[in-house]
Design a protein around this ligand. Structure first.
Ligand SMILES: Cc1cc2nc3c(=O)[nH]c(=O)nc-3n(C[C@H](O)[C@H](O)[C@H](O)COP(=O)(O)O)c2cc1C
Length: 430
């Protein structure tokens, strides 16, 4: 019997049926109202049939002016009543078979696409520059606006609990607003929200404490954070250890470790893609050689905290997942892309039908001269890195439409279809 099937009890008392979590993957299947709809129910019905301990939703936004993508779900105090019935149904589908369904809550900060908001808010006015993409110059949040954001996160967590979600996750990874607060090269504030690690993580502590007050002691609260930004002058592995300790003390049940941002997309294992090569930090060879991208960082964090840790990124073999849990590096293994190719892959692994999850992460094969860190073809590299994501978005959309994934789908046609759907969704929003 695999250790991955062991139950896990979280500090709040909630019990998880096994050690696998479907990592948060933005669904981008809402219509222009940004409400939950039937497609979310279809999608999570499939995943809940897949014998996965926790299903994390894709990032649910707290502010319609700061979406990560045009078809995100967003919950706001002014309009939430209209979507309550469907949120309840989403929770009902996603919690079948004793599955936990946790809502990931986020604010896109400076990574809000310019098509949605040409002057987004961020900790400081440091613009994100990605070739071929449009991000506005952000304006620095005032203290009052930071307090508003804390309230928004708390409100969405409260709605998650009330509608039957069994936990929440605060998204502080991958360069979105809360992770921007943690990054010293993006957060240049000189007030109590910037500077020292304590100050940079103050917004997290405030959000966690407020959410805990609202949802009670028995409700799982998780935080997803970076092990590092992999950007010179950015959020470092040492910072991440300090932040993990601060977040643990604030009262969470779990921390999920990932890494990277839009500028250094290491979360997807893209070590050779750096949108900002001058400031890219090289990853250790030993880490690259391992199946899981961030295990080595997680091991160090784990030595400093007591709460269960989740590590996400790159896990593909049963053996790799088992050894991560057995070694004590983490208690939960997060799995993303394989579950877009086969929503039942974990069940099949538990049933002994497969030893390895489906691997479909591919980029267009480009010459090494295009991919080299010193290549002038940054636009092509960026399109390639983000284009590969389109294949997974398309499979999520298919499952939302009650179809199974199409494994014959080509990368290029997925990219074209996704780009045209995004264009339409942006237009519908405005
Ligand atoms: C299509 C897609 C959408 C994603 N959306 C989110 C998201 O909404 N929130 C988040 O924290 N991570 C998101 N991620 C990152 C995943 O949670 C995960 O960290 C990453 O895919 C690495 O895990 P994997 O190698 O098992 O796929 C997304 C990844 C993919 C492929």
């Amino acid at each position: 019997m695999t250790i991955l099937k062991d139950k896990l009890t979280l500090p709040c008392g909630a019990q998880i049926k096994n050690r696998i979590c479907k990592a948060a993957m933005t669904e981008r299947i809402a219509f222009s109202d940004n409400y939950t709809n039937q497609r979310h129910l279809n999608l999570y019905k499939k995943w809940a049939e897949g014998d996965i301990g926790i299903l994390l939703t894709g990032n649910v936004q707290v502010d319609k002016k700061h979406l990560e993508g045009p078809a995100n779900v967003c919950i706001e105090e002014e309009t939430y009543i209209e979507q309550l019935p469907l949120l309840r149904k989403w929770a009902e589908e996603g919690t079948k078979d004793n599955t936990h369904l946790w809502m990931q809550i986020s604010h896109a900060g400076r990574q809000t696409p310019g098509e949605i908001n040409s002057s987004p808010k961020a900790p400081s006015s440091v613009q994100l520059k990605i070739p071929g993409r449009n991000y506005g110059i952000p304006s620095a949040l005032t203290t009052e606006e930071i307090q508003e954001i804390i309230k928004k996160f708390t409100f969405v967590a409260k709605i998650a609990r009330e509608t039957g979600f069994t936990g929440i996750q605060i998204h502080s990874a991958h360069g979105y607003l809360l992770s921007e607060f943690l990054s010293p090269d993006i957060n240049l504030r000189e007030d109590e929200w910037g500077g020292t690690v304590e100050n940079r993580s103050r917004i997290h502590v405030e959000i966690i404490k407020n959410i805990r007050r609202e949802v009670g002691e028995d409700f799982p609260i998780s935080v997803k954070m970076n092990s590092a930004d992999f950007q010179k002058g950015g959020f470092s592995p040492d910072d991440s250890i300090q932040v993990a300790k601060i977040i643990e003390a604030a009262g969470v049940d779990n921390i999920e470790i990932s890494g990277g941002t839009y500028e250094q997309p290491r979360l997807l294992g893209l070590d050779n893609v750096s949108i900002n090569p001058d400031r890219s930090e090289v990853r250790k060879e030993s880490t690259i050689a391992r199946e899981a991208y961030f295990l080595e960082y997680a091991e160090k964090i784990k030595k400093n905290i007591q709460i269960p840790l989740m590590v996400t990124g790159g896990f593909r073999t049963k053996q790799g997942m088992e050894s991560a849990v057995k070694s004590g590096a983490c208690e939960i293994v997060g799995v993303g892309r394989p579950l877009c190719a086969n929503p039942y892959a974990i069940k099949e692994m538990f049933d002994g039908k497969i030893e390895q999850l489906p691997i479909y992460e591919k980029t267009l094969s480009l010459g090494p001269w295009i991919l080299s860190p010193s290549s002038p073809f940054r636009l092509i590299q960026a399109l390639n890195a983000f284009g590969a994501q389109a294949w997974f978005y398309q499979q999520i959309k298919r499952m939302g439409n009650n179809k199974l994934p199409d494994l014959n789908l080509g990368l290029f046609s997925a990219f074209r279809k996704d780009a045209s759907e995004d264009k339409k969704a942006f237009k519908d929003l405005n």
